[in-house]
Ligand binder design. Structure first.
Ligand code: HEM
Ligand SMILES: *[C@@H]1O[C@H](CO)[C@@H](O)[C@H](O)[C@H]1NC(C)=O
Ligand SMILES: *[C@@H]1O[C@H](CO)[C@@H](O)[C@H](O)[C@H]1NC(C)=O
Ligand SMILES: *[C@@H]1O[C@H](CO)[C@@H](O)[C@H](O)[C@H]1NC(C)=O
Length: 324
């Protein structure tokens, strides 16, 4: 064996070894203490910025929570939802005139940058902000896993296909969650995010004329007149729109779910999935603590959807554009 072929063998063994190692490590590369030495005040900074935003507008808690979800369902949790430009996910049907909070994320990012320049990714900021939004609305605390890198592409087509429509079938939405490593239970738990925030009349479509509760039906018809602007908004949880509680599930049990999707989780439809979601809705409607605990667990799982780690992706300087 000559010199060059033996060094070729050695380096290919090394490459194979590194490749395997990075495969093994990648699923567990996120860590709650990821920035503890590089940005020790990170959590405090984000918390303060979210608090400031909620002081101005309580709904921002819902908007920040939803942004993390919208991000994770398209290309994994890589802050692709924040990118501007031609293929921006902001213009995809589920997000257009709907996804919001981008200016708040910009503010959080600049506060973080002024303390720890070039260290913290936008994807991680979204995950922390979502947690803080929930906690500041009355939910339980969880430790946010960190170490995601920012993606370098947005994908509007993917946003259109990957973010479930509120009028899709239960089976279609369940398979979407399963394909992302989430279970039917995670789906029902995470939908509890609809205990805060607003939906546009445009998202109600035929559900508006399909409500069994006459009071809710007439109220919604007033708020969403047939000749009106689809941009009018109505609370997803009509009992306590700013409070992170289990009224979302209580509403479903009494047939007062807002979106067709919401009420589908508690319906008289037959089938395994429908009875499983129904049992879970009953469970969470009866036990606030179990819901809040399970929500925290499922949020950690959602935050693990295909993260970019190691040398993949980048740490964006500006959350709206990739670094050049
Ligand atoms: C997969 C099933 C889901 C469907 C079909 C769905 C659908 C929707 C729709 C249609 C809206 C109203 C948008 C508008 O009209 O502007 C909305 C709002 C919202 N969604 Fe979902 N969603 C789903 C899952 C989730 C998950 C997993 C979360 C978070 C854990 C979440 C959190 C929210 C929040 C907080 C709002 C209110 C946002 C605001 O007020 O700015 N959703 N969702
Ligand atoms: C965007 O997503 C679509 C559908 O998921 C995929 O076919 C396409 O290759 C993606 N484009 C980019 C630039 O990643
Ligand atoms: C109307 O409600 C019924 C019962 O909840 C449901 O089976 C049906 O699919 C709904 N239709 C529409 C258009 O939402
Ligand atoms: C809703 O608001 C957006 C942005 O302000 C506007 O472009 C759109 O036309 C409005 N939609 C309707 C149905 O009026």
């Amino acid at each position: 064996m000559n010199m060059s072929s033996s060094s070729f063998t050695a380096s290919s063994i090394l490459l194979t070894y590194c490749f395997l190692l990075s495969c093994l490590v990648s699923s567990s590369q996120l860590a709650t203490d990821y920035y503890s030495t590089t940005c020790p005040n990170l959590l405090k900074i984000v918390r303060e910025e979210v608090q400031n935003a909620l002081r101005t507008e309580m709904r921002m808690a819902a908007s920040l929570l939803r942004l993390h979800y919208l991000d994770c369902f398209v290309n994994g949790c890589d802050a692709s939802v924040l990118l501007d430009g031609r293929d921006s996910e902001k213009f995809a049907v589920p997000n257009l005139n709907s996804a919001r909070g981008f200016e708040v994320v910009d503010k959080i990012k600049s506060a973080v940058e002024s303390s720890c320049r070039g260290v913290v990714t936008c994807a991680d900021i979204l995950a922390i902000a979502a947690r803080d939004a929930v906690v500041l609305s009355g939910g339980k605390h969880w430790k946010v896993e960190l170490g995601r890198r920012d993606g370098v592409v947005a994908n509007q087509t993917a946003a259109n296909t990957e973010i479930p429509s509120p009028s899709a079938s239960l089976d279609a939405i369940t398979s979407k969650f399963v394909s992302l490593g989430l279970s039917l239970t995670d789906m029902v738990v995470l939908s509890g995010g609809h205990t805060i925030g607003l939906a546009r009349c445009a998202s109600l479509s035929n559900r508006l004329y399909n409500l069994t509760d006459p009071d809710v039906a007439s109220d919604l018809k007033t708020r969403c007149p047939a000749d009106g602007d689809g941009n009018n908004t109505v609370p997803l949880d009509r009992n306590s729109r700013d409070l992170f509680d289990n009224h979302y599930y209580k509403n479903l049990v009494s047939g007062k779910g807002l979106l067709q999707y919401d009420q589908m989780l508690y319906s008289s439809a037959s089938g395994e999935a429908a009875s499983a979601t129904k049992a879970l809705v009953e469970r969470y409607s009866n036990d606030l603590n179990v819901f809040l605990d399970d929500f925290a667990i499922s949020m950690v799982k959602m935050g693990r959807i295909s993260p970019l780690t190691g040398y993949n992706g980048q740490i964006r300087k500006n959350c709206r554009v990739i670094n050049n």
